[in-house]
Design a binder for this molecule. Structure first.
Ligand code: NAI
Length: 462
């Protein structure tokens, strides 16, 4: 038995960042992880492997569609699927080993095994019980399925199975036009699969700015994704090699079926806290199965905190990381803080989609006076040079004060471009502050400046 200041349960982006920050702040820290490797869903079966496959298949897309126009002639590359998966696994390995190295460097003990909390102040891992003045629950989330749909991770898969399919399906049905469905749908469409996305709502990516939703869906359709909108999936019947998906159209209650070699269920995730013993401890939960926390990530039981996907808020790795750092600082007696109004969201398709702050729909609902500054990537020289003119930057600013309230980008490197707006929003900047900042030419980020100019006297290049 060992005694710690802090034991963090779970080593995903929330947990490992929290553990490292605790150690940096002088707290004796351990992190419990039952997986063979550190890094949680994000590094092992989520963000990182999906980005490897998105990168590889985007290169293929470029070779097939844009190389010839640039004078790069010859047959497009052939896909060696086993090698592509090996490349993805190598990327995972480099990242998970990186966390192991950081734990050693910062003297964070890795307690290998699945943890539970027999009582406040104690964490059980295997047969050993360790003492901890503070316990941080960072156990993340798991894919949630639908009634009538049984996941076998072979024919009917979650994102985990979709990252390691034995072969590229000829026909893929994706249930849910959210982040996972569209990222993985893009991967397989680029690899030649016929992809049909079935979505319950009438728009893709719920919660995003309406103009972005429309443009994004148009671009994805052009890339070959087929959409069945306003359709509730009722059941999936699978054999060892095929599946039949039955859905009902909401507009007229008609029922139809579609067949596929693989069905990806991407209808959201739910908090994962199984086996921790939270009920016996009396830790309060919300009716959505999240651990209830106060403004300082404290649960209803003294000395136990929770962060990341298992509490309220967007299920995003970087939101979990920020909470991990903030709760570490709180435990160390500092003032940990997360600004939930400035958390970016990114979809890593091509083009990328990135968003921060309020959408136009939210501002309308709030009855707020706002102005819109919009700039198309068609007016951006760099974007045109690399076949990336489709998309735009849209900045929403307060009509009176010009303060930036939200920004929505669909276009090249949107996931990186959004951060100048995040910084601007953190500093309470006006659109004019962004517009008056010199932006290097020729860069994609000039489109952000032009959108900021569009909030004032107007952009130059449109
Ligand atoms: P999501 O919540 O993004 O999308 C789920 C979609 O499924 C919604 O559009 C919903 O309307 C639809 N749906 C639900 N029930 C349905 C039904 N019966 N029939 C048809 N459609 C139905 O969930 P997703 O894509 O599974 O992602 C899970 C979580 O992981 C999200 O919170 C997401 O933010 C996070 N994530 C983030 C990534 C990123 O930041 N790039 C990448 C992957 C996941």
């Amino acid at each position: 038995m060992a005694s710690y200041d802090v034991i963090v349960i779970g080593s995903g982006p929330g947990g490992y960042v929290c553990a490292i920050r605790c150690a940096q702040l002088g707290l004796k820290t351990a992190c419990v992880e039952g997986r063979e490797t550190l890094g949680g869903t994000c590094l092992n079966v989520g963000c990182i492997p999906s980005k490897a496959l998105l990168h590889a298949t985007h290169q293929l897309h470029e070779a097939e569609h844009n190389f010839a126009a640039m004078g790069l002639k010859g047959a497009a590359p052939k896909v060696d699927w086993a090698q592509m998966l090996a490349y993805k696994d190598d990327v995972i390995g480099q990242n998970t080993k990186g966390i192991e190295f950081l734990f050693k460097k910062n003297k964070v003990d890795w307690l290998k095994g699945w943890g539970s909390i027999p009582e406040a102040g104690k964490v059980k891992v295997g047969d050993e019980v360790h003492e901890a003045k503070h316990i941080v629950i960072a156990t993340g989330s798991e894919a949630s399925s639908l009634p009538g749909v049984e996941i076998d991770e072979k024919v009917v898969v979650t994102s985990t199975g979709a990252l390691a399919l034995p072969k590229i399906p000829k026909k893929l049905v994706v249930i849910g036009a959210g982040v996972i469905g569209l990222e993985m749908g893009s991967v397989y469409a680029r690899l030649g699969a016929e992809v049909t996305v079935i979505e319950y709502l009438d728009q893709i990516t719920p919660g995003m700015d309406g103009e972005v939703q429309k443009t994004f869906q148009r671009i994805l359709k052009k890339q070959g994704l087929d959409f069945i909108m306003g359709a509730a999936v009722q059941k999936v019947e699978a054999t060892k090699t095929k599946a039949k998906v039955t859905y009902k159209l909401r507009k007229d209650d008609s029922v139809a079926t579609v067949e596929a070699d693989t069905v990806l269920v991407a209808t959201g995730r739910r908090p994962y806290t199984d086996g921790l013993g939270l009920q016996a401890l009396g830790v309060e939960m919300t009716d959505r199965g999240q651990v209830r926390t106060d403004a300082h990530w404290a649960t209803s039981v003294k000395g136990i905190y929770a962060i990341g996907d298992c509490i309220a808020g967007p299920m995003l790795a970087h939101k979990a990381e920020d909470e991990g750092m903030a709760v570490a600082e709180t435990i160390a007696g500092q003032a940990g803080h997360v600004n939930y109004g400035v958390i970016p969201g990114v979809i890593y398709t091509h083009p990328e989609v990135a968003t921060v702050g309020k959408t136009e729909e939210q501002l309308k609902d709030e009855g707020r006076a706002y102005k819109v500054g919009k700039f198309s990537f068609m007016g951006n020289g760099r974007a045109k040079a690399v076949f990336a003119g489709d998309g735009f930057v849209k900045i929403l600013a307060d009509k009176e004060t010009d303060r930036v309230l939200g920004t929505h980008i669909i276009g090249p490197m949107a996931g990186d471009l959004i951060h100048e707006i995040c910084v601007a929003m953190e500093f309470g900047a006006a659109a004019e502050d962004v517009a008056r900042t010199c932006h290097a030419h020729p860069t994609f980020s000039e489109a952000v400046r032009e959108a900021a100019l569009a909030c004032g006297d107007g952009p130059i290049h449109s």
